[in-house]
Design a protein around this ligand. Structure first.
Ligand code: A3P
Length: 304
């Protein structure tokens, strides 16, 4: 595989699905057909940044007046169905469904980088929440995810091969540094439009980040709710341990025929990369991070 071109290597590692259905037709149909509304909320991430977690939190914040956590649809329906991906689900394989009847606020997710988002997302007042995760941990998470999803008849993906590609920026949604910077710069320019969160801050002070999120979305927690401990309750309900145990998130259910739903819940920690990357791999990735993100003001935490 080292002698192959990047696209071939990508296909070799991740299989046809990523090249034909996932990375191309879904993105193109999304770009061409999606019409954002002012009331929309768009969650944007790179794969393995904690998207599943963010979806559960945003869904719970927005719907907390409509249903208690005991009655939350999250108990019975997979979170990826409640807050669907636009590029990887709604528009997958070039589909173009009518989304106009979905009641506001519509909440969707995308992995598409900021410059490539449909124009209507930029021109309306819809809000974007970006969740960024340090690339050390997201790489390890990605490698596990693909290893698990890989058809058994193909040879296993080597960590080293996957790492080479990651450091070179070969990914279906572009290099991680470009992805981060696109949303980071926009959040600095227009903080009412883009809220930039990190997985590490969410782990370190979940309550504070949830308050920021609720304020940004226009669903602030009021004093009474704070007294009743609703923030803590949502935080616990959406925690890794709790979400992993919910029936719709347990193994046995395939998403799009490719991923077992339980593979979205592996370890949920900051710093697991230390168990996988050699010191020289860590140095190499650190150099990439310093070179690409240096001077941007975006400082990533590698440990909590
Ligand atoms: P790990 O593989 O490091 O455990 P995504 O949802 O973007 O695919 O990201 C998946 C990563 O987020 C996995 O990381 C997964 O375990 C972690 N994750 C999923 N749910 C989580 C939660 N409720 N809290 C914290 N991390 C969570």
């Amino acid at each position: 595989p080292r002698e192959r071109g990047w696209l071939n290597r990508y296909q070799y590692l991740y299989g046809d699905f990523w090249v034909s259905g996932f990375a191309l037709t879904g993105v193109i149909s999304f770009q061409q057909n999606f019409q954002a509304k002012d009331s929309d909320v768009i969650l944007a991430t790179l794969p393995k940044s904690g998207t599943t977690w963010l979806k559960a939190i945003v869904y719970s914040i927005i719907n907390r007046k409509i249903c208690s956590l005991d009655n939350s649809p999250l108990n019975t329906t997979n979170v990826h169905d409640l807050v669907p991906f636009l590029d990887c689900k709604v528009y997958l394989n070039g589909q173009n469904p009518d989304l106009s009847g979905i009641p506001p606020p519509r909440v969707f997710t995308t992995h598409v980088p900021y410059p490539s988002l449909p124009e209507s997302i930029k021109s309306t007042t819809c809000r974007i929440v970006y969740l960024c995760r340090n690339p050390f941990d997201s790489f390890v998470s990605l490698w596990h995810f693909h290893t698990r999803a890989r058809p058994k008849d193909l040879e296993p993906i080597s960590l080293e091969d996957c790492f080479d590609m990651f450091c070179a920026g070969a990914s279906g949604f572009g290099p991680f540094w470009d992805h981060f910077l696109g949303f980071w710069k926009e959040s600095l320019k227009n903080p009412k439009k883009v809220l930039f969160l990190t997985y590490e801050d969410m782990q370190m002070d979940n309550k504070l980040q949830m308050k920021r999120l609720a304020d940004f979305l226009g669903y602030p927690f009021v004093e009474n709710e704070e007294k009743e401990g609703i923030i803590d309750k949502i935080s616990k309900f959406c925690s890794f341990e709790s979400m992993r145990e919910l029936q719709p998130n347990k193994s046995g259910n395939k998403r799009g025929g490719h991923f077992d739903v339980s593979s979205f819940f592996r370890k949920g920690e900051v710093g697991d990369w230390m168990n996988y990357l050699t010191p020289s791999m860590a140095d190499r990735l650190k150099k990439v991070v310093d070179e690409k993100l240096g001077g941007s003001g975006l400082n990533l935490k590698l440990l909590c």
